[in-house]
Design a protein around this ligand. Structure first.
Ligand code: ZN
Ligand code: FE
Ligand code: FE
Ligand code: ZN
Length: 269
């Protein structure tokens, strides 16, 4: 498919402890696909727990920034942006904001991977779903996602319905959970990420799902695109499906970021 005019803002690096391949290889893949822009958004150091298989350490953060900036300055044919994927963890956001303020990021992605201490998207802890009231769990997730949006730290919400990853869905209509959350996202002025990563997870569906994205569109919430690549060959994967979904729900523009300023550009024809 034609990927010129598209972005992949969600690339990891081996610094997080669960990705492979040099950043140069991710960029090579983007060049081969013809993407206009890519952004690295590796996992910001987790402050509430030490797990070298989940994120880089604080000591590595300046090296990450330096490495991405060096790459951005040396590559031609695709723009390379400096992003970061930050966990929303209540109680740690003031410290997180202080650390982030030392660097000139192009965008900061906010992610909810933990609910009240439980890493619900981690296959090591998947037994945590057993016996849960799934409606209450989803309600908690979308409440915390709204809190993240209102924290003022983020430009983009990553994989916004990640709670569906393993396919544990409450029965019935969940739009009453989406609506108040998306009202908060719209008021806070963030973009949401359309992430193709969900297509290779048990749920087998883009994040967010079509109904969620329609509710975003109705509120004129801007969208970005990401693959959540943890290896070079995952860059830009399933983009045909993502663009098709965006068109189907009526999106005609996608958001680009530079130095934390958002710009909308037409979705390529
Ligand atoms: Zn990761
Ligand atoms: Fe994530
Ligand atoms: Fe990620
Ligand atoms: Zn991610």
């Amino acid at each position: 498919m034609e990927t010129s005019g598209l972005v992949d803002y969600h690339l990891h690096t081996p610094r997080c402890g669960h990705a492979v391949g040099d950043p140069e290889e991710y960029v090579d893949r983007a060049l081969r696909l013809g993407l206009s822009e890519v952004g690295f958004s590796d996992h910001f150091p987790l402050l509430h727990l030490r797990d070298p298989t989940l994120s880089m350490s604080l000591e590595e953060l300046p090296h990450y920034v330096e490495e991405v900036n060096r790459l951005a300055g040396s590559v031609s044919g695709v723009r390379v942006r400096l992003g970061i994927e930050v966990d929303y963890i209540p109680g740690y956001m003031k410290r997180t904001a202080e650390i982030l303020s030392a660097y000139a990021f192009d965008y900061v992605m906010g992610s909810v991977h933990f609910l009240d201490g439980w890493g619900f998207d981690d296959s090591r802890y998947v037994e945590g779903y057993r016996g849960r009231d799934l409606y209450a769990l989803w309600a908690r997730y979308f409440q915390v996602l709204g809190d993240a949006a209102e924290s003022g730290l983020f430009d983009v919400l990553a994989h916004p319905d990640l709670i569906k990853k393993f396919g544990y869905r409450p029965p019935g209509d969940v739009t009453p959970l989406y609506e108040p959350c998306l009202d908060r996202v719209a008021a806070a002025g963030l973009a949401v990420e359309v992430s193709t990563a969900g297509l290779s997870k048990p749920v087998g569906e883009i994040y967010p799902g079509e109904e969620f994205l329609r509710l975003c569109r109705r509120r004129e919430i801007p969208v970005t695109l990401g693959s959540d690549a943890h290896s070079p060959e995952e860059v830009g994967r399933f983009y045909g499906a993502a663009v098709e979904l965006l068109r189907r729900v009526g999106y005609t523009e996608i958001a680009f970021f530079e130095r934390r300023r958002m710009r909308l550009a037409p979705l390529p024809a």
